[in-house]
Design a protein around this ligand. Structure first.
Ligand SMILES: [Zn+2]
Length: 320
């Protein structure tokens, strides 16, 4: 049933029925709806912009907490970076210098190109900018730590090789009680051949049977240095070093045997061209005879060393 509208006529003081067309009715209804909708929109807008919902408040608090955590993380990485910088500095300027290794190139420690495309999707709010920065720092630290680890591994290898090298270089005295060198390195009068000849080692007087020690790690050579040397032991040490122990009364090792520094390899005697019981000791580097006195440097005090050096300089007759 269609609704009826009445209009009060003050002249007739009666209500008169108003006749509205369907179009007019539709228009009025439309206005009512439109204004209601507009009011609703205004209310919603006010609610969104001026009143935070509890959910938004929770998210905001969480966001602030996260920002704080990221900032804290960044400051901790800053400290780590400083510590690492100190280690890198010591690595390049102390450790690698001691072991004669080149410093780690800067391009290895701090590569310029770090792929940060993966952060592109993050560049939005302040919190994300902080997070992006923290991520980049973490990436740089990872790269620097990897480079540092590699460097230390290299040094470890060098140290191990050095240790082997050090134990393979002649460094102790071949006789325990060796207070003086009877005859030194250089031109000496040969006691048997009765002429001036290059004395290619040092002579140390000792009673027959005195133990003779290997002066470094190595392998006993099968090489025979010549009949003049009598019963002799030659040790190959590697790193271009050899030592020779001559005029022995007896050998304590055989060719091919591995020996350690300080191991007894034979006993003092006077075999070969020798004028008395003594040890003739030679150090050979790259095939060249060198003065053995310079290689008595491990088990000796500076005073003892000077005494040996002085006695080795005496130009006298060799025991050969
Ligand atoms: Zn000699």
């Amino acid at each position: 049933m269609p609704k009826s509208f009445y209009h009060f006529n003050p002249k007739t003081l009666t209500y008169e029925k108003v006749k509205l067309s369907f179009k007019q009715v539709l228009k009025r209804v439309g206005w009512v709806f439109a204004s209601g909708f507009a009011m609703a929109l205004i209310f919603v807008w006010i609610a969104f912009y001026f009143v935070d919902s509890p959910k938004v408040k929770i998210l905001e608090r969480e966001n602030n907490e996260l920002k704080g955590e990221v900032e804290y993380l960044t400051s901790r990485m800053e400290v780590m970076s400083d510590v690492l910088l100190d280690i890198e500095d010591r690595d390049d300027n102390v450790y690698r210098t001691i072991f004669e290794a080149d410093p780690v190139p800067a391009t290895e420690r701090y590569p310029q190109i770090l792929d940060d495309r993966r952060f592109d999707s993050l560049s939005r709010s302040e919190a994300y900018v902080l997070l992006k920065d923290a991520n980049k720092r973490a990436d740089k630290l990872t790269v620097r730590l990897a480079a540092q680890t590699k460097s230390l591994n290299e040094l470890e290898k060098i140290v191990n090789n050095k240790a082997e090298m050090l134990s393979s270089i002649p460094a102790i005295r071949p006789l325990k009680n060796m207070y003086s060198i009877t005859s030194g390195f250089g031109r000496r009068y040969h006691p048997v051949l009765k002429q001036l000849r290059a004395h290619t080692g040092v002579d140390i007087t000792a009673p027959k049977g005195t133990p003779v020690y290997a002066t470094a790690d190595g392998t006993v050579s099968s090489e025979n240095p010549g009949s003049g040397y009598g019963i002799a032991v030659v040790i190959n040490h590697g790193y271009s070093y050899q030592t020779l122990y001559a005029h022995l009364s007896k050998k304590a090792v055989r060719a091919g045997q591995k020996v350690k520094r300080g191991q007894v390899i034979g006993y003092v005697g006077a075999t070969g061209l020798a004028s008395g019981s003594h040890l003739h000791y030679e150090v050979i580097k790259n095939g060249q005879r060198v003065n053995p006195v310079y290689y008595f440097n491990v088990d000796i005090t500076p005073e003892e060393y000077n005494k040996l050096l002085e006695s080795s300089k005496r130009v006298n007759q060799a025991l050969s």
